[in-house]
Design a protein around this ligand. Structure first.
Ligand code: GDP
Ligand code: MG
Length: 250
């Protein structure tokens, strides 16, 4: 790591509770500015940085991020790009390497994860001392909005299947809107092997097996505002393979 960046991280760590928000992006040019605006709007009294991990998006996402850096400052918006699309799991660990926070928040760029929920994650963690706070769609007050029946059934089915087989004591396994204590994320991420969408589930299942204190807050996911999902048939096959793998190894 560059010396300058290390120094910056040290400076930030000196303050009380600091939050690093890792946002993986692939073709999110139309969403990222709105996301950043909303994060700043909803986290007024919180010390935080946003780390965008962009995988060489051809749509020019990085250009927008650079403009945002000019507005908000390079110490608040960090662009930690990679040359090409390399998957979500490694995007998080890449972001984590550059994070200064005591706590790490992971959220999607497409506004499915609304920043208005961020204070409830932070509050829940402070009230309970939890190692992980995960957003859940499947309790009272949570839900999904704008998905067609097929997508709802796929998500619900994936969850029910994983619940039955893995029994992790968490109601939403595949959602990725979460807050972690930094050391916990480091520990759990290092024991994960999957790369794609199944990564979310592997993370929470392993964390639960390791006995970490996990709390939930209700969230409503809305369908992405702009652009298209990267979830396809092959991801579903990967998910099922991952499920079987977790079943055998945890
Ligand atoms: N850096 C990076 N980000 C990705 C990759 N695949 C998806 N993303 C981002 O991860 C988040 C979730 O992806 P999305 O397509 O919305 O998945 P969906 O919500 O399950 O349909 C979004 O912010 C995407 O831009 C990837 O390979 N690399
Ligand atoms: Mg999405």
């Amino acid at each position: 790591m560059e010396e300058e960046e290390e120094q910056q991280q040290q400076q930030k760590k000196g303050k009380k509770k600091y939050y690093s928000i890792i946002v993986p992006t692939y073709n999110e040019r139309l969403n990222i500015a709105l996301l950043v605006y909303l994060i700043f709007k909803h986290l007024r009294d919180v010390d935080f940085e946003i780390i965008v991990v962009d995988d060489g998006s051809p749509d020019g996402t990085q250009e927008v991020v650079k403009q945002l850096q000019e507005v908000y400052g390079e110490d608040r918006i960090l662009l930690r790009a990679r040359p090409r699309k390399m998957g979500l799991g490694t995007a998080y660990s890449h972001g984590l390497k550059h994070a200064s926070g005591d706590f790490i928040i992971i959220m999607d760029a497409d506004l499915s994860h609304h920043p208005k929920y961020l204070p409830s994650f932070i509050r829940k963690q402070q009230e309970t001392g939890a190692s992980i706070v995960t957003g859940t769609r499947y309790v009272r007050g949570g839900g999904v909005h704008g998905w067609n029946l097929m997508r709802k059934l796929t998500s619900r089915g994936a969850n029910v299947l994983a619940q039955t087989l893995l029994w992790p004591g968490v109601s939403d396994l595949t959602g990725s809107f979460r807050l972690y204590q930094r050391s916990v994320l480091e520990d759990v991420i290092n024991s994960c092997v999957s790369k794609g969408y199944v990564f979310q589930m592997e993370m929470i299942v392993r964390a639960s097996r390791k006995g970490y204190h996990i709390e939930e807050v209700p969230v409503t996911f809305v369908d992405r505002v702009f652009g298209s999902s990267k979830l396809g048939g092959s991801e579903i096959v990967e998910y099922l393979k991952g499920l079987v793998y977790l079943l055998l190894t945890t």
